[in-house]
Design a protein around this ligand. Structure first.
Ligand SMILES: [Cu+2]
Length: 736
């Protein structure tokens, strides 16, 4: 087991409390207290000088700043323009390979091997696994090791041209502070990441139902062997929590703050030097095959810093296959025969060809002149903000920025900007994941005769430069055949011209590269662009999309696909996939007793504006419903084995919220008061199981959910990570 002092380059975390600063949670609490006119109590001693210093306190000690004044003090809504990638679509798309497990003989020799006993779940020795696999007659878990490492990552190998917000060439800098004149072409420096096994995206585990996995996550973020600058984002105390989104997982392995504040780490997360064994049973909810899913991802869930940690690289992949009767086991000659050619490895792991995850992540790169001023400067004293950081030129730039959220202007797929994928002339399965902080995408498959042109060369400026390239003559040439959403395989495939991908959501499609949508055959050398057609200049919501005010000029190619040779193809998309679990015939009678949660932008302003039922996340308690049809305001507690209706409302106008419920997939039964169990033309895959409610402005959704197999605390939260990190989250629990 590592200790905080081992290894090269050990440093001390930038603990803001120790350095005389103030952790975000304290500021949030103060804001909440001030907003309702309550005096400051327990944190008064620490907080008063800090707040007084910034003019945020009135004479009587209340939190004085008004919404506007506080916003002015907290936000500088200014972002850099990333340098232009000059030779796009030449770097190959990275195709993840399955992580190899650790052999039993090896992990048995560990000083603290994994196991079902008391104290065996983490390095603190204070937790045990709620359900070891033998309780569901599953074998012992396959063990994987994932270390959290400080490493670096490059988004492109292309030369870049530094440009300003008008798209004109501008000056740039290097790590020694040297200045380069406008028009100088540059190589991009690598960005510092906090990565699972040091990579972005991190490892991919190909899992299977019936074969549990246990991952030992070890925090080595105190080690910095390459001497990299940690910059001013990422959890300041270097702690982490990992959530397998949306695994059917016991609380101690779910990475949720509602658990970790009261058990396990009993704090923000697992600190440098600690480890935790997250056990993923790969057991469908209630043991029901119809609850099986197909694509998870794991990401950091550290309270208040999830967005920063995910943006800093803490993203891993977890496709899950179903070997039962060969239904969906990655072998296109068996079961449903979805595209995939499985290659088994002697250690029990396997890779699947023609089955490719696509992880979307947008970033901004430092221009060296945009100030880093941010309400959270005090959490990173070593960065000495607010200031510009010319030495950080070309590396990832982040603002915690709760107001409009955070969107990047470089769109990456599997960690590479403007990548190219060479495919065979056959069918592929693609697993889409949005791992962005706030950006929503809408994808189409397009062809273009003239190819990509930089937005700058087309005369665009400001937010219109986002994505860097456009295909002005792009036209849709193929359709997607959607086979899965968040909750796994759909009951039947859906042909789609385009689909939206909201933060944390997954959607899987089959694309047939032998034919265009008009039936004409493709040829070797044909080029197709996976294109984003949703414009989203800020984290608030989209400016244009196919559903609302489409902008036919916004066609941003995110991946170039080049068709190659023919290849054998035994795959097929059957008319039926996985049946939905039943909805009880009396579900409407459960409406009066539903639990109601309203996600809203409150009026308190500043850091305290993101609320659920008027409250900020309180990690030690469970939330209370708004009055339901029966006039009750029940606590968010459910008995193990029960089912219920939950209503999620978007209370604030002009904002969208991707709202995520941990633990079990739900089914949408009503949208805006209308029953949608038979489908809704504008949300065709509502007829599926999902773990994320995509809430348009003012929308309300009623979902049917189960609470099976485990007991304990869980969370639900907005997956716009800027909102989540500003307390748009609530605790709920399952009781025995
Ligand atoms: Cu939100």
């Amino acid at each position: 087991m590592p200790s905080p002092s081992d290894g090269a380059g050990a440093e001390s975390p930038e603990s803001s409390e120790q350095q005389g600063g103030l952790a975000r949670r304290t500021v949030l609490r103060l804001g909440a207290a001030g907003a309702v006119g309550v005096g400051l109590t327990t944190v008064r001693g620490v907080a008063m000088p800090y707040l007084a210093d910034r003019g945020w306190l009135s004479a009587d000690g209340a939190f004085a700043a008004t919404s506007t004044a506080l916003s002015d003090a907290l936000y500088t809504e200014e972002f850099p323009t990333s340098p232009l990638i000059l030779t796009p679509f030449r770097d190959a798309l990275a195709i993840p390979k399955a992580l190899r497990p650790t052999s039993r003989s090896e992990y048995r020799r560990w000083p603290n091997p994994p196991g079902p006993g008391r104290g065996q779940q983490n390095s603190l020795g204070n937790a045990r696994h709620q359900m070891w696999p033998n309780k569901v007659r599953y074998p012992d878990p396959i063990v994987y090791e994932i270390d959290l490492l400080v490493r670096r990552h490059s988004f492109t190998s292309s030369k870049v041209l530094p440009i300003d917000s008008n798209g004109r060439p501008t000056i740039s800098f290097n790590g020694s502070g040297q200045v380069f004149t406008a028009g100088t072409r540059r190589s991009l420096p690598a960005s510092t990441i906090y990565g699972f096994n040091g990579a972005f995206p991190g490892p991919m585990i190909n899992a299977e139902y019936g074969r549990p996995c246990l991952i030992r996550f070890r925090n080595r973020l105190h080690q910095n062997p390459l001497g990299l600058d940690r910059q001013d984002f990422g959890s300041p105390d270097w702690s982490f929590l990992t959530h397998l989104h949306n695994g059917h997982t016991a609380p101690e392995s779910d990475g949720n703050p509602h658990y970790s504040m009261t058990a396990g780490p009993k704090g923000a997360g697992y600190m440098p030097g600690m480890w935790v064994d997250n056990l993923y049973l790969n057991w469908p909810a209630g043991g029901d095959d119809r609850e099986k899913q197909s694509f998870f991802w794991f990401h950091d869930h550290r309270m208040d810093h999830t967005g920063a940690n995910v943006y800093k690289g803490m993203v891993g992949l977890y496709p899950i296959y179903d070997p039962k009767r060969g239904m969906d086991m990655g072998d296109e000659r068996r079961g449903l025969r979805l595209p995939g050619v499985r290659r088994n490895h002697p250690d029990g792991s396997f890779d699947v060809d023609y089955d490719i995850p696509l992880v979307f992540y947008d970033c901004r790169l430092n221009d060296g002149t945009t100030v880093h001023h941010d309400a959270h400067d005090q959490e990173y004293p070593k960065a000495r903000n607010p200031k510009t950081h010319p030495r950080w030129w070309g590396t990832t730039f982040f603002k915690h920025f709760p107001n409009h959220g955070f969107v990047g202007d470089i769109f990456t797929v599997n960690g590479t900007a403007c990548a190219v994928l060479h495919v065979k002339r056959r069918k592929y399965r693609f697993r889409f994941l949005d791992a962005s902080v706030a950006r929503i995408y809408e994808f189409k498959l397009m062809s273009s005769t003239k190819g990509p042109k930089s937005a700058a060369s087309l005369g665009y400026s400001g937010d219109d430069l986002q994505g860097q390239y456009r295909i002005p003559d792009g036209e849709q040439c193929m359709r997607f055949n959607q086979i899965a959403s968040d909750g796994g395989l759909l009951p039947f495939p859906i042909k789609r011209d385009s689909f939206e991908l909201w933060p944390a959501k997954r959607r899987e499609v089959v694309v047939d590269f032998t034919r265009y949508q008009d039936g004409s055959p493709t040829s070797k050398g044909d080029v197709i662009y996976l294109t984003n057609v949703m414009k989203m200049g800020t984290g608030r919501m989209w400016d244009s999309s196919s559903r609302f005010s489409p902008d036919p000029d916004y066609k941003v190619p995110v991946l170039k696909i080049v068709i190659g040779d023919n290849a054998p193809d035994h795959s097929h998309v059957p008319p039926r996939l996985r049946p939905l679990p039943p909805l009880p015939s009396n579900w409407r009678s459960m409406m009066d007793d539903r639990k109601v949660f309203e996600v809203e932008r409150g009026s308190a302003g500043g850091e305290t504006e993101w609320l659920i039922n008027g409250q900020q996340f309180e990690p030690h308690s469970v939330a209370r419903s708004l009055p339901n049809g029966a006039g009750q305001t029940p606590l968010a507690r459910q008995k193990k084995g029960s089912f219920a209706l939950w209503e999620i409302r978007n209370g604030g106008g002009g904002w969208v919220h991707p709202f995520h419920l941990h633990m079990e997939e739900h089914r949408t039964v009503m949208r805006d008061g209308k029953e949608v169990t038979r489908g809704d033309p504008s949300h065709p895959d509502d007829r599926s199981r999902e773990d994320l409610v995509a809430l348009d402005p003012g929308e309300s959704v009623v979902v049917y959910r189960g609470f099976r197999d485990f007991v304990g605390p869980y969370v639900a939260h907005c997956h716009n990570l800027a909102h989540e990190d500003h307390a748009m989250m609530f605790g709920w629990s399952i009781t025995p």
